[in-house]
Design a protein around this ligand. Structure first.
Ligand SMILES: O=c1ccn([C@@H]2O[C@H](COP(=O)(O)OP(=O)(O)O[C@H]3O[C@H](CO)[C@@H](O)[C@H](O)[C@H]3O)[C@@H](O)[C@H]2O)c(=O)[nH]1
Ligand SMILES: [Mn+2]
Length: 352
C-alpha cells in the first residue's frame, strides 16, 4: 500500500493563529572548500525567510571547520536578510534561496516587482562577490574584521581540528531594534564552532548535532528542531506549518517523534546516471513505509520533537507542545554566549 500525506496547513494557521510552538533550525557545514560559504549563505537565507513568527524562530549554523570565512558569510547573510525577507514576503517569492530564485526567469508585468527584484538581485550579487573574493584571498579583509567582535575569536593559533568553542549570537531576536527594512522583527541567528582537540573524537555530523542540541537549549530551547545539511535549501516557505500539522494533530500528534520531508535535487545528470535523485527512496520506499504509519529518517530535511532526541518516550509525556516563546529572557547576549561555549566543549559528553 502506498501512502502520501497532504496536511491542511491553512486550517492549522486559522485555528492556532500565532499560538504555534517555537522552532530551532540547525544547519551543518564542515568544509568551506567543498561547501563554499556562498552555498551555506543561501541555505541559511532560505530558512530565515520561512513564513513563521520570527519571535518563535532561531537559526543555528554549526561550522565544523571553524572557519572565519564561513562566519563572515553568515554576517553578510544577516545584513542581506533585512532586504531579502521583506522582498520574499511582499511578492510571495519561491524558492527562498536567492541563488535558486534568481536562476529562474520571473516576469510579473509589475513595475514595482521588476524594480525591487533588480535592486535585491544587485545587492545579492555584490554580497556574493565580496564573500567569494575573501575566499580567494583566503582570509577576511582587515577593514571588515574590525567591524565585528566575533572575529577576535580567530587568532593565528586556531586550526581546524584544534580550537576553543566559538558561539556568536549574530542577531538577537529578543532585541526590538533587530528589524528588517519593513520594520519587522528579525529572528535569532547564531554561529557555532564546537571545540575541537586532536585527542578527542568529534563524531562528525552526529557530534555537531549533539552540540547544537545543547547550545540551542541554552539560547532558545524550542520544542521542535529542523536539521538541514548546508547544501539543501527550503523549497517551500510554509514547510514548518506542514510539519506542525502532524505534531499538533489532536488525536495522534503525541505519537509523532519526527516528520521527514522528501529530498529533491537540482543539477541531476541526464538520465540520472548515478541514481542521485533518490527516486527509489523518496517516491517508493517512503510512501510504502507510510502505509504502515511510519517514516524513515534520512538525516536532513527532518523535524524532530526536541524531547524525542533527549531520550523521552511519548508514553511518558502526554502534554501538549509548549506554544509560548522559549527564548531566554534573563541573560544578556554575552552571558548566553559564555554559557553556550561550555556546552559546545569537546569533553562535555565524557562519562555521560
Ligand atoms: O565532521 C563533519 C562532517 C560532516 N558534517 C555535515 O554533515 C552533513 C552531511 O555530510 P555529507 O558529507 O554531505 O554526507 P552525505 O552523504 O551527503 O549526507 C547524507 O548522509 C548523512 C549520514 O551518512 C546524513 O547525516 C546527511 O544528513 C545526509 O544528507 C553536511 O552538512 C556536512 O557539512 C559536519 O557537520 N561535520
Ligand atoms: Mn551531502
Amino acid at each position: 500500500m502506498l501512502f502520501t500525506n497532504s496536511p491542511f496547513k491553512e486550517r492549522l494557521s486559522h485555528r492556532y493563529k500565532n499560538k504555534l510552538p517555537a522552532v530551532d533550525i540547525f544547519v551543518c557545514t564542515a568544509d568551506p572548500k567543498l561547501e563554499p560559504p556562498s552555498l551555506v549563505f543561501n541555505t541559511v537565507l532560505s530558512v530565515m525567510s520561512y513564513n513563521y513568527p520570527p519571535n518563535k524562530l532561531s537559526v543555528f549554523l554549526s561550522d565544523d571547520d571553524g572557519s572565519e570565512l564561513t562566519f563572515y558569510a553568515l554576517l553578510e547573510a544577516s545584513s542581506f536578510s533585512k532586504h531579502w525577507i521583506p522582498f520574499c514576503k511582499k511578492f510571495m517569492v519561491e524558492p527562498r534561496s536567492p541563488e535558486a530564485y534568481f536562476a529562474e526567469l520571473h516576469s510579473e508585468n509589475d513595475i514595482n516587482y521588476d524594480q525591487e527584484r533588480f535592486a535585491v538581485k544587485k545587492l545579492y550579487e555584490e554580497m556574493k562577490n565580496q564573500i567569494e573574493s575573501a575566499l580567494e584571498l583566503g582570509k577576511v579583509p582587515e577593514d571588515i574584521r574590525k567591524h565585528h567582535k566575533g572575529f577576535l575569536e580567530w587568532n593565528p593559533k586556531i586550526a581546524k581540528q584544534d580550537h576553543q568553542s566559538i558561539v556568536q549570537i549574530i542577531i538577537d531576536g529578543r532585541d526590538t531594534g533587530a528589524v528588517d527594512d519593513d520594520g519587522c522583527q528579525l529572528l535569532t541567528l547564531v554561529y557555532m564552532a564546537r571545540e575541537k582537540r586532536p585527542q578527542w573524537p568529534h563524531h562528525f555530523k552526529a557530534g555537531a548535532m549533539n552540540a547544537l542540541i545543547r547550545v540551542s537549549s541554552e539560547i532558545s530551547n524550542a520544542p521542535i528542531i529542523l536539521n538541514l545539511d548546508c547544501d539543501m535549501y527550503a523549497n517551500n516557505a510554509d514547510t514548518i506549518r506542514e510539519a506542525l500539522c502532524f505534531f499538533m494533530d489532536e488525536a495522534k500528534g503525541q505519537e509523532i517523534a519526527y516528520v521527514q520531508f522528501p529530498l529533491y535535487f537540482d543539477n541531476i545528470t541526464k538520465n540520472n546516471l548515478y541514481s542521485n535523485s533518490l527516486i527509489v527512496i523518496c517516491e517508493i520506499e517512503h510512501v510504502g513505509i507510510g502505509g504502515y504509519g511510519a517514516a524513515m529518517y534520512i538525516g536532513t530535511g527532518c523535524f524532530h520533537r526536541r524531547e524525542s532526541l533527549s531520550g523521552m518516550c511519548f508514553k511518558d509525556h502526554r502534554g501538549k507542545l509548549k506554544v509560548e516563546p522559549t527564548k531566554q529572557v534573563q541573560k544578556t547576549v554575552n552571558e548566553l554566549e559564555e554559557a553556550a561555549k561550555v556546552l559546545a566543549g569537546c569533553n562535555y559528553e565524557l562519562d555521560t
